[in-house]
Ligand binder design. Structure first.
Ligand code: AGP
Length: 677
């Protein structure tokens, strides 16, 4: 998890205050990725102009212990050895607002001139979801190599071999101040920088560091030894690059090799570059973005940028295409709602339409078979699966792999897929599949379902399935995500941005006339200690997903229970106090659910029954008893779970608000889980 935001401006005038404000705003956009602490690193002076300089060839052949005067590339702004002065690093526990307040205190206490205009500057920022070490200022990012901050790094991911690297660095006299895995990275930069007998171009130095790192990472670097240069790289964790050339300020310059970066014609050009964990963070500045691939290294210097790949260690840039984002700022705003979760629940009818757009074609009975138009029955075309349809049909089985809400979506869809495709469908929680190294065969079709497309467990499971030769299909809501790129084929949900940590519209992509009634019900449940959801068939997924929502946002202990298992244990929990929500809409399990309700009522259970509108039998249960009803429209059996989950999402939302908890950023969670264990 964690969010990275960095901003580079060259021949573009920005006051230090504007830069700070932009970093804070960028972090706010990424706060859903982690919000237990945050930090920034900025300079107070302009960086020097890049100049032609005598970098070594990087083979480490030169004698001596690096850092040599003669090899210093550029003259800095008054700093020794061409290096820039120590930057300002500010870090705070808690939300971005705390960091902003601390920065304001720092500025006032130090008399920092925030009105000063900087035309060439690198600012980096980070919002953290703690994995190694508690949320404390010292464990927060950016991390520095030493008190004078020769190298400064922000990181998203986990360095799995950090302990071994730390041991080596400690044996060379390095002192660590944090409990994080990340701190090894800036220290390793410094170590490699001083060990090499020649000064490498900054991106090449980063490649040397990457070579020694194991695990998943997206990183942004800044260094006093490379003033005014920004380097970013990724392996396993997401990182996008946004680029902007102010109007009339010349063409966009991209480097063909390392040497292009220094002293080229591009140095007269103006450019702004962002490296961030997610495109939503840069959308208000530019729509021109590219997605870095694994082992890509971005280098920004002067008025241009280059992207290299550490896997081939070549000096030649790799082609990465700038795309134009189809995202508008209002899509990532609350737009009149109090919370993102509320907005996203209410966006579900539109999200469903967008998911179906261009894929569901209807034919009037009297049309030619080839004439498919809106308004009548009948064909679904999933463009991303056209070429692999025959292979999928020949599969021995279809395996769905996902985590959390996405897993529940698979569970809800399983029976429909079994009915339609007539192939065995198995479900796997990604982490469990990996723990068991479960058998996967060449003739399996594995479908990886992920809203974000970057969930680390799902991604690792995908890599595993690929090594077993299975056809890997992706279903994600994020174009360009790791999972959509790593799968052989797939489908994009097109449900629009989901910012609330609790996933809602990605589960469904419905019918919302129940809000006031559900809110009144929430009033009666707000002080509950525990809630149970009983269902069976495809609505077992509804029960699991409703219980997950209740846990993650309302912070109420909750369980989704397969009603067929009720007599085998859970019935012991039933008394007149425990609220129990029973899903009993008209489907193949309806008669069995009636029996479940009878048994619960016989034990004076406090029941809320989710049933179809006008169901007289259910209304009969409710008349004169302590039983309440949530009535939803009836639809075809296969789609009923899609309708059923919505009032339960709303119930979790309203209880959360009534209890005064943070709906969009629940305690201890983050939207994208980009780390495994
Ligand atoms: C659900 O509300 C959670 N945010 C979580 O369970 C989530 O669904 C899970 O981490 C999987 O995420 P993905 O769909 O992005 O892969």
């Amino acid at each position: 998890m964690c969010g990275i935001y960095s901003y580079y401006n060259y021949h573009v005038s920005r006051s230090l205050q504007e830069i700070l404000d932009q970093l804070f705003q960028g972090l706010r956009r990424l706060e859903y990725r982690g919000y237990d602490s945050a930090g920034i690193c900025v300079d107070t002076d302009d960086a020097p102009e890049p100049a032609a300089c005598g970098y070594g060839d990087g083979d480490g052949a030169a004698a001596g212990n690096g850092h040599a005067h003669s090899l210093a590339p550029c003259q800095g702004s008054g700093a020794l050895d061409g290096d820039s002065p120590t930057p300002i690093v500010i870090k705070a526990v808690g939300k971005i607002a705390n960091l902003e307040a601390l920065a304001a205190e720092y500025v006032a206490a130090n008399g920092t001139d925030v009105a000063k205009v900087l035309r060439h500057h690198v600012g980096i920022a980070h919002t953290r979801w703690a994995t190694h070490g508690r949320p404390t200022p010292v464990n927060s990012h950016p991390h520095v190599s030493d008190p004078s901050a020769e190298f400064v790094v922000v990181h998203n991911g986990i360095i799995t071999n950090y302990a071994a690297i730390k041991e080596i660095l400690v044996s060379h006299g390095e002192e660590f101040v944090s409990e994080t895995d990340t701190e090894v990275i800036p220290k390793l930069c410094k170590y490699v920088y001083h060990q090499l007998g020649t000064k490498l171009p900054f991106p090449k130095l980063v490649m040397e560091v990457m070579r020694r790192l194991e695990g998943a990472f997206a990183l942004v670097f800044k260094s006093r030894h490379y003033p005014g240069e920004m380097v970013a790289c990724r392996r396993g964790s997401p990182l996008i690059v946004g680029v902007k050339v102010p109007q009339g300020k010349g063409p966009l310059a991209s480097f063909r090799s390392f040497s292009d970066a220094y002293g080229g014609a591009h140095n007269s050009q103006a450019i702004e570059v962002w490296a961030a964990s997610d495109a939503s963070a840069v959308i208000e500045h530019t729509k021109k973005v590219l997605v870095l691939e694994d082992d890509d290294v971005l280098h920004v210097a002067g008025g241009g940028y280059g992207i290299y790949n550490a896997a081939n260690r070549g000096d030649e840039a790799v082609p990465r295409v700038l795309q134009t984002l189809q995202l508008e700022v209002d899509q990532i705003m609350k737009g009149g709602y109090d919370h993102f979760m509320q907005k996203e629940i209410h966006e579900q009818p539109e999200a469903l339409l967008q998911t179906m757009r261009g894929r569901v074609m209807f034919r009037r009975p009297d049309d030619e078979p080839s004439a498919y138009v809106a308004g009548a029955a009948s064909r679904i075309t999933l463009g991303g699966l056209v070429d692999t349809k025959a292979t999928i049909r020949r599969a021995r089985r279809i395996m769905f792999v996902a985590c959390g809400t996405s897993y529940h979506a698979c569970l809800a869809a399983r029976q429909t897929i079994e009915d339609l495709v007539e192939l065995p469908v198995v479900l796997e929680l990604a982490s469990d599949l990996l723990d068991r190294r479960a058998p996967i065969f060449r003739d399996d079709t594995c479908v990886f379902v992920s809203q974000s497309g970057e969930t680390a467990d799902t991604l690792r499971a995908l890599e595993y399935a690929k090594t077993r030769g299975a056809l890997c299909v992706g279903v994600t809501n994020t174009v360009g995500s790791a999972i959509s790129r790593a799968t052989h084929c797939g489908i994009h949900q097109n449900a629009g941005y989901e910012i609330g940590v609790a996933s809602t519209k990605a589960y469904t992509s419905q019918v919302l006339g129940l809000d006031a009634k559900v809110r009144a019900l929430a009033e009666t449940l707000r002080d509950s200690q525990s809630l149970l959801f009983f269902a069976r068939g495809s609505n077992y997924a509804t029960a699991l997903e409703a219980a997950l929502k209740m846990k993650e946002v309302a912070l109420i202990h909750s369980e989704g229970i397969l009603a067929g298992e009720m007599k085998h244990g859970p019935l012991a929990l039933v008394d007149e106090h425990m609220p129990i929500i029973v899903v009993a809409t008209r489907d193949g399990t309806y008669a069995k659910m009636q029996s479940v309700i009878e048994q619960l009522l016989a034990r004076d259970a406090r029941l809320i029954i989710l049933c179809n509108e006008g169901d007289e039998r259910m209304q009969g249960y409710a008349a004169g008893s302590r039983c309440q009803l949530i009535e939803v429209p009836q639809t075809v059996e296969q789609l009923q779970p899609v309708v059923n989950i919505v009032p339960l999402q709303l119930l979790a939302y309203h209880i959360t608000v009534l209890r005064g908890h943070n709906v969009d950023q629940p305690r201890n969670l983050a939207k994208s889980v980009t780390v495994t264990d």
